[in-house]
Design a protein around this ligand. Structure first.
Ligand code: F6R
Length: 633
């Protein structure tokens, strides 16, 4: 995820910015840059110098050798590419046309294409492919057109610009005409102001500040801070001054990197509401608040043409990404009424698969580097297939070789076990399934709008699941020593049971398996005994009685039973009462259409796997024998 640093004070900004950015390296990035404002002590002769490079901070440091800008005010950035590949030009900071305003940005500007046309019509020539560049030009646009130049025009231009932005953003802004100040803005993307003596700082995470100060303002959404050397003014987004109490951080550097969470995995599980929103909202056009007139758009694809031509979808991937593909299979069948073949990439590459020029070929990979998935992609391309990749890694090999890339917006995952990458892959697949359903005429306006409305509720409902983490932790403390854990489900629930079993085995080293619930009696039930925990997903109420009879079979063999199901519908508790007779623990999800339930049920199981792993004394971030990116066969 991108990292922001900013400084105003009496020391050389370049060295402070580089040191702060180094402390943000753990967040993951692919390029880095700084902008430093140099001026005489009386602020005359101000000038902004920008240096930025693709690659690690060491590449930026090499570029700065004998060429570092001098100055006591500056902003810096480590970029994790979202719009446009990693390159020098796409790296931050970005400036307006004249180079007099420089901006660094974390987050995603959802309406950047619209803003780009607005600015292009006014003669702006863009240099990068980023969404961020629009912000620099927009601030300049309002600054140039300001009719009240005496009342803090930089702040006003920034306020006007952000009033036009949709999406998430943390910003650092400096301007040649205002060499005494640095503006910081936060909406849905973290930003901290560090308070020093005759110097002040900004950073997207506490570790970047701890060497300089432990007194901070954690900016809240829609707050703006204007930093001077000797004080910081705080404003709301109407430009009214507000008062904030500073906080003292007493975390050590290691826990600060994890934002106070014990592990990256737990932090990333908690980032899912935001990651899901960031993946969903930029794909919705036509006003995101009323589902009725919202339309899904995939600007990277000619979906109408693909939909007219596609007779079948083929999905291949590995591990967790493959499980996303299994959910995708059910979703495409359900919403778009298209036949789907899903296969594990390591199998697919050695099969003798049938290709048809009308196949829609989808590759899923969080890292974009998995060797087997890449081989499946190449095989498909050799046979003339057009390949769509769903990935989280801009500039990865898979993103370069696929014909079209749909990026998820999870931000980098540090923990080896995939959590937010998985749920954002699902979000992308659901959007594609709904849009294909509409284009193929099998999903009428009502069901289409219902589908979108269902997805729009997911981020807040994901946050509600996280509120139950103590209950999950308590249950894990009772069950973590079980010899076997089996996960049962049907259809969408079966796909989640596959992912749950993988998550539990990879980080807790517990023997866990998933079964299509109906298959239990065809063999696996022989394994069930009192050392077994059976986790049953029963979110599809039309299948409830079938699945509960499967649970009864395991109970009579002495297994412990956990059921994950929908919360009661209004006053009717029939299903809940029935579940209570066959479970020693029940976890409910906010009511959600059956196809979308994996987005919520899986969060319970990520937490369960995490707490079992911790209870067993493992390091969930670095499970034994596993790597984050599997680039070998
Ligand atoms: C499990 C996990 C792996 C990956 C698999 C494919 O938590 O992360 O199963 O899903 O190695 O990796 P990507 O998605 O990078 O292709």
């Amino acid at each position: 995820m991108c990292g922001i640093a900013g400084y105003t004070g009496y020391q050389e900004a370049t060295s402070i910015l580089l040191a702060a950015l180094k402390k943000l390296e753990y967040r993951g990035y692919d390029s880095a840059g700084i902008a430093v404002l140099s001026a005489a002590p009386d602020f005359s002769g101000a000038n902004i110098e920008v240096r930025k490079t693709k690659g690690p901070l060491s590449a930026l440091e090499a570029a700065l050798e004998n060429n570092a800008p001098a100055g006591k005010l500056g902003i810096g950035h480590t970029r994790w590419a979202t719009h446009g590949e990693p390159s020098d030009i796409n790296s931050h900071p970005h400036t307006d046309v004249s180079g007099s305003i420089a901006v660094v940005h974390n987050g995603i500007i959802e309406n950047y294409a619209h803003l780009k046309s607005f600015l292009r019509e006014r003669g702006v020539v863009f240099r990068s492919e980023t969404d961020t560049e629009v912000i620099a030009h927009l601030i300049d646009h309002y600054y140039q057109n300001d009719k009240h130049p005496r009342s803090d025009p930089l702040l006003r231009a920034t306020l006007q610009a952000i009033s036009k932005l949709e999406g998430s953003y943390a910003l650092g802004v400096i301007a040649r005409d205002f060499p005494d100040r640095l503006i910081a803005v936060r909406k849905d993307s973290p930003l901290i102001v560090g308070l020093g003596k005759n110097e002040n700082f900004i950073a997207s995470d506490a570790p970047a500040l701890l060497a300089y100060t432990r007194d901070v303002y954690f900016l809240r959404d829609n707050e703006i801070a204007v930093l001077y050397n000797d004080h910081v003014d705080m404003y709301n987004n109407s430009g009214e001054k507000i008062l904030r109490e500073s906080q003292h951080i007493d975390w050590d550097v290691e826990s600060a990197e994890k934002a106070g969470f014990a592990h990256f995995m737990l932090k990333e599980i908690h980032e899912q509401p935001k990651a899901l929103r960031d993946t969903l909202n930029p794909r919705l056009g036509g006003g995101i608040n009323t589902a009725a007139n919202v339309q899904i758009h995939f600007d990277e694809l000619d979906l109408p043409a693909l939909s007219a031509q596609a007779k079948r979808i083929v999905i291949t991937a590995c591990g967790t990404a493959y499980h996303a593909g299994v959910v995708g299979k059910y979703a495409f069948e359900h919403f778009a009424r298209l036949p789907v073949e899903t296969d594990i990439a390591s199998e697919y590459r050695y099969r003798d698969p049938l290709f048809d020029k009308n196949d829609l070929f989808i590759i899923i990979s969080q890292s974009g580097e998995t060797a087997d998935t890449l081989a499946a992609l190449r095989l498909a391309k050799e046979h003339g297939a057009k390949v769509i990749a769903i990935t989280n890694a801009v500039g990865s090999t898979i993103s370069r070789e696929a014909d079209t890339v749909l990026y998820t917006r999870a931000g980098p995952e540090i923990a080896v076990a995939s959590t937010k990458a998985f749920t954002t892959q699902l979000m992308c697949l659901y959007l594609l399934a709904l849009e294909l359903g509409r284009l193929r005429g099998v999903l009428g306006p009502e069901r289409y709008a219902e589908g979108i409305a269902g997805l729009q509720k997911i981020p807040e409902n994901a946050a509600k699941i996280l509120e139950h983490k103590e209950a999950v932790q308590r249950y894990a403390a009772r069950q973590f020593n079980k010899k076997k854990v089996f996960f049962l489900g049907r259809l969408f629930d079966y796909a989640v049971s596959m992912e749950s079993a993988l998550k539990l085995k990879e980080i807790s080293y517990t023997h866990s398996e998933s079964f299509a619930a109906g298959e239990l009696k065809h063999g696996p039930i022989a394994l069930v005994d009192k050392d077994t925990l059976v986790v049953t997903f029963a979110t599809q109420e039309t299948l409830f009685s079938k699945i509960t009879s499967n649970v009864r079979e395991v109970l009579s063999r002495g297994a412990a039973s956990l059921i994950v199901m929908q919360e009661p519908d209004g006053g009717s508790t029939t299903f809940l009462e029935a579940a209570k007779t066959i479970a020693d623990e029940i976890w409910t999800i906010p009511r959600t259409a059956a196809p979308f339930t994996p987005l919520l049920t899986v969060i319970y199981m990520q937490l369960f796997a995490y707490y079992c792993s911790v209870s067993r004394g493992n390091d969930p971030d670095k499970p034994r024998n596993l790597a984050k990116s599997v680039t070998v066969e």
